[in-house]
Design a protein around this ligand. Structure first.
Ligand code: NDP
Length: 291
């Protein structure tokens, strides 16, 4: 069997066109504010690509750069100021923050309606609860869900295995699959019997950070594999799954690059647009109430 590729680049491009039209219909452009503490080159690259995509979509972006030794108070002051800024519809704090900063306290300062990364503790809590809806869902897992949906992969009743339990990817991914009525298992570095668990999975989401970690021999024939991993190796960028062996077994697989990465970015833009739409609605209601 040779897999069907899930083309994240093409799916993200089609969503981009949909978003562009919606942006153009707003009274003023949505604004995304990014905050970066320190000089990590990879973080700079991510931030640049976010700003470039904003410009492509006709959205505004503003960037706050703080030194690696910025104090908790300095970082919090920037976030507080952005929280009050009506032009910043979405606020993104580039993670991870340097170890001396209290990440939870910084994230909690982002107003719920501007939490386009979906990392505010209230949004995370709502995502974990039955019958509750977060304002925003974290972008990478939201992008993975969109890839599954657009590829027609059945979710209801499917056995899904999420490899990794990080706050950014693994955990919210498992929660979203649970909301979609998949039967979800989370595995991690302490899991015993990984092969047996993977061998039963209809859907595998790999978010580990280890190059080519999951191999085709471990998988159930006909499964769907979403590879979140981004690993820089001597032979270039690779995912967490061994693409060549996995594509012999799986019915669907995402490539790296060109799978989940472009979806993460476009989901951030979608969340920012949604934040702006809501803020314009609130303003209209207030204007109506005043008149
Ligand atoms: P983390 O390092 O925060 O989490 C990795 C997870 O993998 C942990 O839960 C860890 O388990 C688990 N793990 C490690 N070793 C094993 C093992 N041998 N068997 C099973 N599980 C294991 O990484 P992130 O979640 O932040 O990122 C994961 C990958 O996704 C990275 O490559 C990252 O670059 C990429 N990424 C890609 C994005 C995109 O847009 N495409 C966005 C975000 C991340 P434990 O909890 O026990 O330590």
């Amino acid at each position: 069997m040779s897999s069907q590729l899930i083309d994240g680049k093409a799916i993200a491009a089609s969503i981009k066109e949909e978003l562009k039209a919606q942006v153009a219909s707003l009274p003023s452009p949505p604004g995304l504010a990014t905050v970066l503490v320190g000089d990590d080159p990879a973080s700079h690259t991510y931030i640049r690509s976010k700003h470039r995509l904003c410009a492509d979509l006709g959205m505004q972006s503003l960037h706050h750069q703080l030194p690696a030794d910025a104090t908790q108070e300095e970082v919090e002051a920037v976030v507080r100021q952005l929280a009050e800024d009506p032009g910043a519809h979405g606020i993104l704090i580039q993670l991870p923050l340097p170890a001396h900063l209290d990440e939870e306290r910084v994230l909690a300062l982002v107003p719920l309606e501007k939490d386009v990364d979906g990392f505010h503790p209230v949004n995370v809590g709502r995502l974990a609860m039955k019958g509750r809806r977060p304002e925003f869902v974290p972008c990478t897992p939201a992008g993975c869900m969109r890839l599954l949906e657009r590829s027609g992969v059945p979710l209801k009743g499917a056995r899904a295995v999420v490899v990794g339990r990080s706050n950014i990817v693994g955990l919210p991914m498992a929660l979203l699959l649970n909301h979609a009525d998949a039967t979800v298992t989370i595995v991690h570095s302490r899991t015993v019997g990984l092969d047996e668990i993977l061998g039963q999975a209809d859907i595998v989401v790999a978010a580990i950070g280890k190059a080519n970690f999951i191999r085709g021999e471990q998988l159930k024939p006909g499964c769907c594999v979403i590879d979140v991993g981004i690993n820089r190796t001597d032979s270039g960028l690779v995912g967490d799954v061994d693409f060549e062996t996995v594509r012999q077994v799986a019915a669907h697989v995402t490539p790296v690059p060109g799978g989940v990465g472009p979806m993460t970015l476009i989901m951030l833009m979608e969340n920012t647009l949604k934040a702006a739409q809501k803020s314009f609605q609130v303003r209209e209601l207030q204007a109506g109430g005043a008149g």
